[in-house]
Write a protein that binds this ligand. Structure first.
Ligand code: GAR
Length: 211
């Protein structure tokens, strides 16, 4: 991967979500509270028109758009989403509970400019219901990962991982809740790492310049 270009101006985020939107809200809170200087949310997009996260974005006065993916061909749906992201001059796409696999064409439209959060310590437990998968498997350490998106599911270079112990008293639900609290911190950390521009990706490794 070529060296990342440093951001000298604002970094415009495009948030994609399908549901609750707590990761989106955590990012918005970080911006509001000054933890992500030089970063702003330019648009929030959902493939689910009644997603609670989209409603939250509207209530916050952010540009928000719904492109219903039901019954539409992937290419046509994605073309609408990509056009909307471009219209809002998005530099960095943040998947925040966006429950759709992106096509190679979408990934190529934002090369090394799409992040995803996944509720497991990748490469363990990709796919759906990762927290439940980890709990049932009986792992002792669980967590979350923020990674660049590539053409494979939950696969690209990892920026941040946060780990927590699985407690004797946990069930899949309490474990997921404690992982979610870590997700909210991890996404802000990862966006700050990209916003710094002071890095390159070597193979699968995020390497900070002057580290
Ligand atoms: C989060 O736990 C996120 O990691 C997960 O969906 C949830 C969305 O919650 N994403 C995936 O599993 C993607 N493979 P949120 O809508 O409250 O941010």
């Amino acid at each position: 991967m070529p060296n990342a270009q440093p951001y000298r101006a604002l970094l415009h985020l495009g948030i994609l979500l399908s549901g609750r939107g707590s990761n989106f809200l955590a990012i918005a809170d970080s911006i509001r509270e000054g933890r992500l200087p030089g970063v702003e949310i330019s648009v929030v997009i959902s493939n689910v028109p009644d997603a609670p996260g989209l409603k939250t974005a509207q209530q916050m006065g952010l540009p928000a758009a719904a492109f219903d993916s039901r019954g539409r061909k992937r290419e046509a749906h994605e073309a609408d989403v990509v056009a909307c992201l471009r219209q809002h001059n998005v530099d960095l796409v943040c998947l925040a509970g966006y429950m759709r696999l992106l096509s190679p064409a979408f990934v190529a439209a934002f090369p090394h400019r799409i992040l995803n959060i996944h509720p497991s310590l990748l490469p363990a437990f990709p796919g759906l219901e990762a927290q439940e998968q980890a709990f049932v498997y009986g792992v002792k350490i669980a967590g979350c990962s923020v990674h660049f998106v590539d053409e494979e599911l939950d696969h690209g270079a990892i920026l941040v991982q946060r780990a927590i112990p699985v407690l004797e008293t946990d069930d899949a639900h309490t474990l997921a809740a404690r992982i979610l609290a870590e997700e909210h911190k991890a996404y802000t950390e990862a966006i700050a790492m990209v916003a710094s521009g002071e890095y390159e990706i070597r193979g699968r490794r995020y390497v900070r310049h002057n580290a």
